[in-house]
Design a protein around this ligand. Structure first.
Ligand SMILES: [Zn+2]
Length: 437
């Protein structure tokens, strides 16, 4: 959509398979403009508004709002929630709302996939074309149901993970300078024969989906809390040192294609940038073939570098977050190496605790909404609990009562504040009328 391109700061990204001697100037020549990073739209507003002297009647108004103070008592937790929620661009919000309406016409869809950012990702992937985005989103919902994604996430155990990592080195490791999770894969070190001895392509695909879900539901929120801004994409490094044709045998191609299909169809717009490093002449030949399978939007986020990649990585990632084998300072020796540590804000005990509290509150809120619905249809008219209501449910309903009472009080004080505001406004109107005479 034109809008997105107009308002965006242009990013210059190499769309060509550059080599080790690719100079910055040469790379600049072969560039194209593209959408800005997904977080660009989600910058939070400045913490403090510029201070202005208040006109007197504003001071009177703000005084009447002192009744609203109880509503602001949860400001701290709300600010964390704001970080997770990110800023909603008003123009995007209109399109997202239309998109949601369009999806509602398709019937009852799961509420949890209807949030602003998820819908916006699908819209952006389809250049804000509503019908195309709808088709893509419906495919996503269908895939989640047919593949039992929610069940896999809860129940699938990838017991062979450590063995798989030995013959297919990959993993998340720290964050980039912006705060996005960094994902590293050493493709040249993949031993496919051993890989197929310890696992299967199907099992690895399931594991990949679990990891994607963890990134969406846990790593991004944790990184957002750590960086105090909305984080929703990954910085990836693909080391292709020693990659040759043997790495692209039939099963390897099948695995690569399947992972690529899942990522682009069902987790769109979650890649910020991919640096392919140590690309030699052999890889460049392969790259020409691979490029054909990648969509233009993904291609524009990929930068192919040779052995002289360190300065590019350091520019994006602090050395403390970069393993020594990529020119950084981290060894994660206590975890048996950087690709085994899963180091990042998502494993920080303080952030885990905060996130857990927030997720529990969300669940309780959902439970509360559900219980309220059940209570309104199942409670006997005399107020006593009937035999058909189970005790845990009754406890939940009872636990919800003080919350309701508190909410009622807040609403009452809000109404008082509104009444007073009305009076002030009436006085103001009278005053203006008198001045006119
Ligand atoms: Zn490390």
């Amino acid at each position: 959509m034109e809008k997105a391109k107009e308002q965006s700061k242009e990013i210059l990204i190499s769309a060509d398979a550059g080599g080790s001697n690719q100079s910055a100037a040469a790379s600049r020549k072969k560039t194209k403009s593209f959408h800005p990073p997904i977080e660009t739209f989600w910058q939070l507003p400045p913490a403090k508004e510029p201070r202005r002297s208040k006109p007197r009647f504003i001071a009177i108004l703000s005084n009447t709002f002192k009744y609203m103070e109880p509503l602001l008592s949860t400001k701290k937790s709300q600010s964390k929630r704001t970080v997770l929620e990110g800023h909603h661009d008003p123009k995007d919000q209109i399109i997202v709302d239309s998109f949601r309406e369009l999806l509602h016409l398709e019937g009852q869809l799961p509420k949890k996939h209807f949030d602003y950012h998820t819908l916006l990702r699908f819209l952006r992937m389809r250049d804000f074309h509503l019908v195309k985005a709808k088709d893509m989103f419906m495919q996503y919902i269908k895939w989640r149901e047919e593949f039992h994604v929610d069940t896999i996430t809860k129940e699938f155990k990838f017991d062979e993970y450590q063995e798989v990592k030995q013959c297919y080195p990959h993993g998340f490791h720290g964050v980039d300078r912006y705060g996005r999770p960094v994902y590293i894969e050493q493709l040249g070190m993949v031993d496919l024969n051993k890989f197929l001895q310890v696992t299967t392509v199907d099992r690895f695909v399931k594991h990949h989906i679990c990891e994607q879900e963890k990134t969406m539901n846990w790593r991004f929120p944790a990184c957002s809390l750590a960086a105090k801004k909305h984080i929703a994409s990954t910085f990836s490094i693909l080391d292709v040192k020693d990659v040759g044709r043997s790495h692209f045998s039939k099963p390897a191609r099948h695995l690569f294609m399947e992972i690529q299909r899942i990522d682009s169809c069902y987790y769109p717009e979650t890649l910020h940038q991919l640096f392919i490093i140590n690309a030699g002449s052999g890889f460049k030949v392969l790259w020409k073939a691979i490029k054909k399978f990648l969509d233009e939007r993904t291609l524009a986020k990929i930068r192919v570098l040779g052995t002289d990649y360190r300065s590019f990585l350091i520019e994006a990632i602090d050395p403390s977050n970069l393993p020594t084998f990529l020119g950084g300072e981290c060894t994660c020796s206590e975890s048996g190496g950087c690709l085994f540590s899963d180091k990042g804000p998502w494993n920080d005990p303080e952030i885990i605790e905060t996130l857990q509290v927030m997720l529990n509150a969300e669940e309780e809120q959902e439970c509360g909404e559900l219980d309220e619905q059940i209570a309104s249809t199942s409670l006997p008219s005399d107020g006593t609990a009937g035999d058909n209501i189970d005790k845990p449910l009754l406890k939940k309903i009872q636990a919800f009562e003080p919350v309701l009472e508190a909410a009622k009080k807040k609403i009452a004080s809000l109404e008082t504040a509104l009444e007073e505001t009305k009076l002030v406004l009436q006085g103001l109107t009278q005053h203006i009328e008198e001045l006119k005479r």
